[in-house]
Design a protein around this ligand. Structure first.
Ligand SMILES: Nc1nc2[nH]cc(C(=O)O)c2c(=O)[nH]1
Ligand code: SF4
Length: 204
């Protein structure tokens, strides 16, 4: 039998965050995550019973139906690294000519070698090798971020660092935005501000 992948959402939108803000992509949201962040704004991925189990050919037809001309895919979640045989999915879509980006907390599995762009959004301490594999690092901070979060900034060494305010269930949180703005300024340019632009313009 063919491998299937537990997917809780597929949609076509612009990347709302960090380096590729504004770039059209098809988003594949995987079900499941090894972490349980209390503030997680993607509760869908926890509802395993609501996930669809799709083969690669089914996934491809869904992507083509949604966006026949978009050749950028974003694997997100949940945590895509939890998906068994993720390397087969990545190889399959690379062979079809797609550029593949991934959002990951860095936990739950290995990053397939063929992924073109890795956004690492660390929640815990991670090995240096993951920072070396990442193309950008995005730290998501709430208005309640404290001195220990600020220390994490100074311990993070990467050429492409982003501070992203955590949203409220109702939308962007001005207090978190103000904190990330201030910390970006104080970093002297090491960290940039990433706003979740999709939440400002009301798209997925
Ligand atoms: N537009 C848009 N951009 C995004 N970038 C990362 C997202 C995510 O949920 O991982 C996301 C998302 O859900 N929507
Ligand atoms: S790592 Fe991300 S997807 Fe997983 S529980 Fe935390 S916020 Fe949610």
């Amino acid at each position: 039998m063919s491998d299937t992948y537990a997917i809780c959402d597929i949609f076509h939108s612009i990347q709302g965050e960090a380096t590729h803000t504004g770039l059209p992509m098809v988003f594949i949201r995987f079900s499941g995550c090894p972490l349980r962040c209390s503030w997680c704004d993607e509760p869908l991925h926890r509802q395993a019973d609501k996930a669809e189990h799709l083969t690669l050919t089914q996934l491809r037809s869904r992507i083509l139906e949604l966006a026949p001309h978009t050749t950028n895919l974003l694997l997100t979640g949940g945590e895509p690294l939890m998906a068994p045989h993720l390397d087969r999915l990545v190889d399959y879509f690379k062979d079809q000519g797609y550029w593949i980006a991934m959002e990951t907390c860095g936990e739950g599995g290995e990053i397939p070698a063929e992924v073109d762009w890795v956004t690492l959004s660390p929640k815990n301490q991670l090995p240096q090798s993951l920072y070396e594999r990442a193309d950008e690092v995005k730290l998501v901070l709430g208005a309640d971020a404290d001195q220990s979060d600020k220390e994490r900034l100074t311990q993070c060494h990467h050429p492409n660092l982003w501070l992203q305010p955590r949203a409220l269930p109702t939308g962007p949180d001005p207090m978190a935005v103000a904190l990330c703005y201030r910390w970006a300024l104080e970093s002297g340019g090491a960290w940039r501000l990433s706003l979740q632009t999709h939440k400002y313009i009301g798209v997925p």
